[in-house]
Ligand binder design. Structure first.
Ligand code: AKG
Length: 302
């Protein structure tokens, strides 16, 4: 059984990490969040120690270490712009990191973390759960076994509605989340490159605080993409079924839906990480590069 600590216990994504730690048979010894609405801990680890000040969290983890009971993994669910700092804390402490997406906001943050991995010998893992989604794995296989020189015509609609709170929270602050193409688009940019190969070009047709669209040219696909968190963008027939998400991809006109199953993949991600098969810095880099480029396009800097 491994010991875990978790940074960002009060956030949107923390329950999936708590569930994954529990379902993989491990233990949470300590958690921190500057917000104290963490009653969710009782559903998974009522005995975990909880802190709202980083210094006290650090002192506690240090005490655990001096007693010889190391924390093996630190899970990071904090706002995106703090990820690299919290990863540094984890590795310097002597733990491996498991960090939510996007691993970092800027490509050069990855280079700095690469040096830290070599210095400490510890591993930085990230969550790229679409790579573990059965429909996406099947699609990748199909493309791998298809003609090698084909450029597929792909239409991607990625809609995952969020209420007004999204814009008021740190996710609505461009400097903290990177905006929706970074915070949410990262999922499908990574997935598309994993399936269709390296990026050749990306263009942006429109962008706002709640949507983005453009064209992505990959080695084996030309992808027209549309991303939205606005519920009204979801097709009526999908809304009529009571759904608030619609993730779908048309390959040469043939629809592949992957709306379901997305939220259950953290445990699978943890299982792979614990076996030493986690996605790391090298895996995360291409999608970090592309969302950085989109942010520059949005500002008219490219
Ligand atoms: C987020 O809200 O931060 C997400 O990553 C959600 C992505 C999705 O629902 O597809």
């Amino acid at each position: 059984m491994k010991n875990f600590a978790l940074i960002g216990a009060a956030g949107f994504i923390a329950p999936r990490h708590l569930k994954a730690i529990k379902e993989t048979g491990n233990n949470l010894v300590a958690a921190i969040d500057k917000h104290d609405n963490v009653g969710i801990l009782d559903s998974y680890f009522p005995n975990a120690d909880f802190f709202i000040e980083f210094e006290r969290f650090d002192r506690h983890l240090d005490k655990i270490k001096r007693k010889g009971a190391n924390v093996d993994y630190i899970s990071i669910c904090s706002p995106n712009y703090l990820h690299d700092s919290h990863i540094r804390y984890a590795l310097r402490y002597g733990a491996d990191a498991i960090c939510e997406k996007p691993l970092v906001l800027n490509p050069w943050n990855i280079d700095a973390l690469q040096e830290l991995e070599s210095e400490t010998g510890k591993k930085i893992n990230t969550i790229l759960q679409l790579r573990l989604h059965p429909s996406i794995i099947a699609l990748r296989e199909k493309i791998k076994n298809g003609p090698k020189d084909k450029i597929y015509d792909v239409d991607l609609q990625y809609m995952t509605s969020r209420g007004n709170w999204y814009h008021i929270s740190w996710k609505g602050d461009l400097s903290k989340s990177g905006g929706i193409a970074t915070n949410i688009g990262i999922h499908f940019f990574d997935m598309l490159m994993w399936i269709f190969g390296k990026v050749q070009d990306v263009t942006l047709s429109s962008i706002s605080s709640e949507h983005a669209s453009g064209i992505l040219h990959l080695e084996h696909a030309k992808v027209t993409w549309f991303l939205s968190i606005n519920y009204d963008h979801i097709p009526q027939e999908v809304r009529d079924k009571g759904k608030r998400t619609y993730r779908t991809l048309k390959l040469e006109g043939e629809e592949i839906e992957f709306s379901e199953g997305f939220t259950d993949l953290h445990t699978k991600s943890y299982e792979e990480i614990l076996k030493g098969n986690g996605f790391g810095l090298v895996d995360a880099k291409p999608s970090i590069d592309i969302v950085y480029k989109i942010r520059k396009l949005a500002k008219g800097n490219v």
